[in-house]
Design a binder for this molecule. Structure first.
Ligand code: PEP
Ligand code: MN
Length: 263
């Protein structure tokens, strides 16, 4: 079971030479969707130069409308892998279909399971048989207990390298895209030894709220952050309004690392 045995029971998840759940605050950043090699090169350069740790980019996008951009698929993963290697950044991307787990494992260092698939039990089981760390996002209508049991599905298949990600839940409030549940951070820390990160981009849906909520997450004891960035957010094929401009991301890196040192 992934339950915490005592107060000092913490697990770190290794990704290359990065440790998630250790001393460092881990920053995962990149565009919502992989759109082109140029877009990924510009984003990865910004992540690397600012001191970010992991490059993100979606190749299979779970869009609300079937007519919205669905992602570049395997071609996108090829770009992600190549750009990650070029900048020596480990990469993360979302899997939506159990049949794609093995294929995606050939391209990424961390496999992401998105909010809409948190209780896709066949996907969770397949992820549990994968040879890669899994980032498990909280379902947008999942309780903490639902979320931990979803993680248990992965662990039960033998894969203990699980990183939890709070990305906001649905509430009556619609000023923000989701309501970021910051309390989930200390709660998760008290219940399980698994590391937890926060995604303030999907958690708010608004660029100007990303930095304040990232800082709130750090104050709450988070192990890392995942943020969306884009070389030109107004031209982004998905989630432009919540994507940071590259210089804004550089500022966020400085501010978050400084705050983390103080805590
Ligand atoms: C994402 O990170 O690309 C994503 C789709 O997030 P979520 O599953 O949290 O909506
Ligand atoms: Mn997105």
């Amino acid at each position: 079971l992934i339950n915490k045995k005592d107060n000092n029971d913490y697990k770190t998840v290794r990704v290359g030479n990065i440790e998630i759940g250790g001393e460092q605050l881990i920053m995962m950043a990149g565009p919502c969707a992989i759109e082109s090699k140029e877009q990924m090169l510009a984003s990865a350069k910004a992540v690397k130069e600012a001191g970010g740790h992991i490059l993100r980019g979606g190749a299979f996008k779970p869009r609300t409308s079937p007519y919205s951009f669905q992602g570049l698929g395997e071609e996108g993963l090829e770009i992600l892998k190549e750009v990650g290697e070029h900048y020596q950044l480990p990469v993360i991307s979302e899997v939506m279909d159990p049949r794609d787990v093995e294929m995606i494992s050939r391209y990424v260092d961390v496999i992401q399971i998105g909010t809409r698939n948190m209780q896709n039990f066949s996907l969770l089981k397949e992820a549990g048989r994968a040879n890669k760390p899994i980032l498990l996002k909280r379902g947008m209508a999942a309780t903490i207990e639902d979320w931990l049991m979803a993680a248990e599905y992965i662990a039960a298949e033998g894969n203990q390298d699980i990183i939890l990600c709070e990305r906001g839940i649905r509430t009556f409030e619609n000023y923000t895209r989701n309501t970021l549940d910051i309390a989930a951070v200390p709660i998760i820390k008290s219940l399980t030894y698994l590391p937890i990160i926060v995604d303030p981009s999907h958690g708010t849906g608004r660029r100007e709220l990303v930095a304040p909520m990232a800082k709130a997450a750090i104050a709450a004891g988070v192990d890392g952050l995942m943020v969306e960035i884009h070389p030109s957010p107004c031209d982004a094929l998905s989630d432009g309004p919540q994507s940071l401009e590259l210089p804004e991301f550089a500022d966020l890196m400085v501010e978050t690392q400084e705050l983390h040192k103080m805590i």
